[in-house]
Design a binder for this molecule. Structure first.
Ligand code: F6P
Length: 329
């Protein structure tokens, strides 16, 4: 049997939407690779930079003083070209020219789908680290960025609650989550929201109205309705309009939190998560495991093949909706 050639140089990149904790992950990959005697190159702007040959050296000092910073020092992009056979062939040629023996990507399920397509055409050991504020990736309890986003949302809602209470208003707060209600549910419990609308369950305007009427009868002076942007009844503006037509005892306002949820200094939880996963990803590559995502399940490192990550849907914690409902009295 011929042994696989030893790995000398690996590449790291961030792809898809950014989130807090990416820099902590890049740092962990670089430092851990150096620990194993590997050279590291960074690819700028994800798949786009791979195609455009935007490779940069990443010595140890390049990742000093970044663990606490939001965004990504490697930049990120969504690439249309990588969706083409020609784009992927160009990307592979550049990886070869730059002497890359293995790749670690910090990405979401879209990025993992992209690399899966690439791996059907080209041979390269790849390990992924899950990141998305939506926390909807199968194979990990937590994705990098989610905890920080949650804390950002809760802090924002605390502030909104102050002004809502001063003016006796209902606020409809829209949070991110095109297909996922994780941010909405957890931030809803954490901020004491009266109602939560998410894409995973059918939203009934009548039900929201009943909850708000109940609050009014119980002499509440402010109320918060959290709406995930991908909710089936529409965004926060649409739901606020529909509610207003049936219940007008309160003045109402809408606040869309938007991309502030993707920025900011990562929480300690996200820094530690990203650091653990960075080390686990390099360990996996060095030990010859490939085409897997490293995640954390029950606080232990878990490796899941790419095909499983993209084929399975993460279970939604419906029990938390019940917690939110009970506590919104
Ligand atoms: O996937 C993460 C996410 O934050 C979604 O919740 C949101 O809908 C989307 O990214 C926004 O992406 P963009 O930055 O392209 O507007």
């Amino acid at each position: 049997m011929i042994a696989a050639p030893a790995m000398k140089k690996i590449a790291v990149m961030t792809t898809g939407g950014d989130c807090p904790g990416l820099n902590a992950g890049i740092r962990a990959v670089v430092r851990s690779a150096i620990h194993h005697g590997l050279e590291v190159t960074g690819i700028l702007r994800g798949y786009e930079g791979m195609i455009q040959n935007q490779f940069i050296p990443l010595p140890s000092h390049a990742v000093s003083n970044i663990i606490q910073r939001g965004g990504t020092i490697l930049k990120t992009a969504r690439s249309e070209q990588f969706k083409t056979v020609e784009g992927r062939a160009k990307a592979y040629e550049n990886l070869r020219t730059n002497g890359v023996d293995g790749l670690i990507l910090l990405g979401g399920d879209g990025s993992i789908r992209g690399i899966q397509q690439f791996l059907q055409e080209h041979d390269l050991p790849v390990v992924a680290i899950p990141k998305t504020i939506d926390n909807d990736i199968y194979g990990t309890d937590y994705a990098v960025g989610y905890d920080t986003a949650l804390n950002t949302v809760v802090q924002a809602i605390d502030k909104i609650r102050d002004t809502a209470d001063s003016h006796d208003r209902i606020f409809f707060v829209e949070v991110m989550g095109r297909d996922a209600g994780m941010i909405a549910v957890l931030s809803g419990i954490g901020s004491g929201a009266e109602a939560i609308a998410i894409p995973e369950t059918r939203t009934r305007i009548e039900q929201i109205v009943q909850v708000l009427q109940r609050g009014w009868h119980r002499k509440k002076t402010s109320m918060i309705v959290i709406v995930a942007e991908g909710d089936d009844a529409g965004g926060a503006y649409k739901i606020a309009d529909a509610v207003r037509q049936r219940f007008d005892s309160f003045d109402t306002r809408v606040s869309v939190l938007g991309h502030m949820q993707r920025g900011g200094s990562p929480t300690c939880f996200d820094r530690v998560l990203s650091s653990r996963l960075g080390v686990a990803a390099v360990d996996a590559l060095v030990q010859g495991r490939r085409d897997i995502m490293v995640g954390v399940i029950d606080n232990k490192i878990a490796e899941t093949p790419f095909e499983t990550v993209v084929a399975r849907r993460k279970e939604f914690p419906y029990d938390l909706m019940r917690v939110a409902e009970i506590l919104s009295l």
